[in-house]
Design a protein around this ligand. Structure first.
Ligand SMILES: *[C@@H]1O[C@H](CO)[C@@H](O)[C@H](O)[C@H]1NC(C)=O
Ligand SMILES: *[C@@H]1O[C@H](CO)[C@@H](O)[C@H](O)[C@H]1NC(C)=O
Ligand SMILES: *[C@@H]1O[C@H](CO)[C@@H](O)[C@H](O)[C@H]1NC(C)=O
Ligand SMILES: *[C@@H]1O[C@H](CO)[C@@H](O)[C@H](O)[C@H]1NC(C)=O
Ligand SMILES: *[C@@H]1O[C@H](CO)[C@@H](O)[C@H](O)[C@H]1NC(C)=O
Length: 203
């Protein structure tokens, strides 16, 4: 088993175009949870990343990646945590990410993503507990389907160009009101939220 996983190191190196020295430091656990935060990685993220189907965590925060987020990430059915924050990813939100059925935490903030937030997110990623899409260039309205994410505890869509009203159902997600009961500087302005918590930032 260990050997089988280790034999995947070359595909990891190829997929992420990372220096061998970083991947060689990885053991099986590292491969399940690939973290290369602030590693100075640059270029486009290869679609081959979709072959790393064993990944549970992919954290590429604070690098120099640009270009589109590969649709092939949707093949990572075991992925629980995805953090691509603080890069320069552009283009549309890949609707294929809604195929990552194990996803708990999705952090795409501080990129240059644009277009609409796909409604599929709310219909398929039912395990999602945290989503941050803040500080991108998303337009359009907040999909009402997000109200289907019954485990959601943290939702931050602030600093985009979203419009319209907040879907009513969002206010009914019970888990949102439990994790951080203390209120601090409210960031949302529309009903049905009579009390706004810092972790629920929509605009
Ligand atoms: C994924 O792996 C297969 C088999 O190793 C390979 O043929 C294919 O090119 C890889 N996909 C990508 C996008 O690199
Ligand atoms: C990704 O790595 C950064 C830097 O270490 C860390 O701050 C962040 O919490 C990680 N993301 C997740 C979702 O754990
Ligand atoms: C994206 O999802 C569609 C529909 O599930 C699928 O047909 C397509 O192959 C996926 N694309 C990639 C690159 O995995
Ligand atoms: C917003 O994202 C850009 C990258 O697109 C980053 O340089 C900037 O620091 C981010 N702003 C904040 C307030 O996080
Ligand atoms: C919630 O999901 C169900 C099935 O996945 C779908 O039919 C329904 O339209 C969704 N609700 C909203 C508000 O989109």
């Amino acid at each position: 088993m260990a050997m089988a996983i280790k034999s995947l190191i070359p595909s990891l190196v190829a997929a992420l175009m990372i220096p061998t020295v970083i991947a060689a430091a990885g053991d099986e656990a590292a491969l399940l949870a690939f973290k290369a935060q602030g590693a100075g990685l640059t270029g486009e993220l290869s679609p081959a990343v979709g072959n790393l189907t064993f990944l549970q965590t992919l954290n590429l925060s604070s690098n120099w990646f640009h270009g589109e987020v590969p649709a092939s990430l949707g093949r990572l059915r075991r992925l629980e945590t995805l953090d691509l924050s603080f890069n320069s990813f552009s283009g549309a939100f890949p609707a294929n990410l809604s195929s990552c059925i194990s996803m708990n935490i999705m952090v795409l903030h501080s990129n240059k993503l644009s277009g609409h937030i796909p409604a599929e997110l709310g219909n398929t990623l039912t395990s999602l507990e945290a989503i941050s899409l803040k500080n991108n260039s998303f337009t359009g309205t907040i999909p009402p389907s997000l109200a289907n994410l019954s485990h959601l505890q943290y939702l931050d869509l602030s600093s985009n160009q979203l419009e319209g009203s907040i879907p009513h159902g969002l206010g009914n997600i019970q888990s949102m009101w439990k994790l951080y009961p203390q209120t601090t500087s409210p960031v949302c302005f529309h009903s049905p939220f009579t009390t706004c918590h810092h972790w629920l930032a929509l605009w």
